[in-house]
Ligand binder design. Structure first.
Ligand SMILES: Nc1ncnc2c1ncn2[C@@H]1O[C@H](COP(=O)(O)OP(=O)(O)OP(=O)(O)O)[C@@H](O)[C@H]1O
Ligand SMILES: [Mg+2]
Length: 335
């Protein structure tokens, strides 16, 4: 039994054998501290955030792409595995996806969490490698491909050729920081304090980083910072643009930096193949256009960008011997 897990800061997705994606939920776990039992994972736990009594915790065990709460991460992985394959005696092989730049301690925490959750063997794959595989790109040829994966906690930029990373950069700056930037902007400009979930909704509806206009608007609700009372406000694409453009520029700069480190032959390939955008952040309106015009290389959003990495982790089982970089056989670790 083979299981691929995209353990993301925002979402956890699981693929199983050739069944494709069998689980797609927010990475949240709710835990009863009194009985030491998991109450809920995924969507059910997500609804409990900020609404639990003291003896229950509803948390995101990952932040910035890596495990920040070890025990909870383990509980979440094992609850998800049980959810998709029941309580079975055969212990699965797991491919787990990690950000492209990760410390030994961080990757070990990932591996241990998956092991303690009941896997027989754990492999790690770097997020950009999985993202390109999942986007349907053949990364085994001597041909350069570039991917920009923008998730909830990290943005990974990488150039791959012949199954290996040639140049890469990882920023701890992605969807969550964008939501926070929106909260901050609305608070400082309009003195209205909105929640992060509201900010995320505004991002989904109004983000347009290429040609924003005053015309598209929506209503947001929050608490007025001076009066202290609930209030609502109409914001437009321009507001969201002003709030997030600095962060988007950092993504563009990261892509430029990686291109600068890339050997010229591969730059030529990328010019022909285009840059591929994956992860939820790829859906930010106009991101592909602003990237294309700032870098001068065509950019396109992958089909179903949110699930590329998960699909890639599933496909990786067929290439366990072939992949070099970004794919570590965990038996190499000496425990
Ligand atoms: N339509 C959209 N427009 C803008 N952002 C979006 C859209 N849909 C999802 N997102 C954002 O994408 C992020 C989640 O993406 P994804 O599932 O790829 O992250 P992740 O893999 O869990 O995180 P990471 O890889 O950083 O650990 C969230 O921040 C979410 O707000
Ligand atoms: Mg991801």
């Amino acid at each position: 039994m083979d299981i691929g897990i995209d353990l993301g800061t925002a979402n956890i997705m699981i693929t199983m054998g050739n069944k494709g994606i069998v689980l797609n939920e927010p990475s949240v776990v709710a835990f009863n501290k009194k009985t030491e039992q998991v109450l809920a994972v995924g969507q059910d736990a997500y609804r409990m955030i900020g609404r639990t009594p003291e003896y229950i915790v509803a948390v995101r065990p990952l932040s910035d792409g890596v495990i920040s709460d070890h025990n909870m991460a383990e509980q979440m992985i094992s609850a998800c595995i049980t959810k998709v394959c029941g309580r079975q005696l055969i212990r699965p092989r797991i491919v787990l996806c990690v950000p492209s730049i990760i410390t030994d301690v961080e990757s070990r925490a990932m591996v241990e969490a998956a092991r303690n959750a009941g896997s027989r063997k754990v492999y790690l794959i770097e997020e950009p490698v999985a993202a390109l595989l999942g986007a349907g790109v053949d990364i085994s040829r001597p041909n350069g491909n570039m991917v920009v994966d923008i998730g909830g906690g990290t943005a990974d930029v990488a150039v791959l050729s012949m199954n290996g990373c040639v140049a890469k950069k990882s920023l701890k700056l992605a969807g969550n920081k964008i939501d926070q930037a929106i909260v901050k902007y609305i608070a400082s400009t309009y003195k209205l304090f909105i929640g992060e979930k509201t900010a995320e909704q505004a991002k989904f509806t109004l983000a347009n980083v290429y040609d924003p206009s005053e015309k598209r608007t929506m209503i947001v609700k929050g608490r007025h910072l001076v009066r202290g009372l609930p209030e609502q406000l109409e914001i437009s694409e321009i507001d969201i643009y002003n709030a997030i453009i600095e962060i988007v520029k950092e993504f563009v700069d990261a892509a430029k930096e990686v291109l600068e480190q890339t050997p010229p032959e591969l730059v030529g390939d990328i010019y022909n193949n285009g840059i591929i955008l994956t992860g939820g952040g790829a859906l930010i309106g106009g991101l592909d256009k602003i990237m294309s015009s700032a870098i001068g290389i065509p950019c396109r959003v992958a089909d179903d960008p949110l699930s590329c990495v998960a699909k890639g982790t599933g496909m990786a089982f067929g290439m366990i011997d072939k992949l070099l970089d970004g794919f570590e056989n965990i038996s190499m670790y000496k425990y």
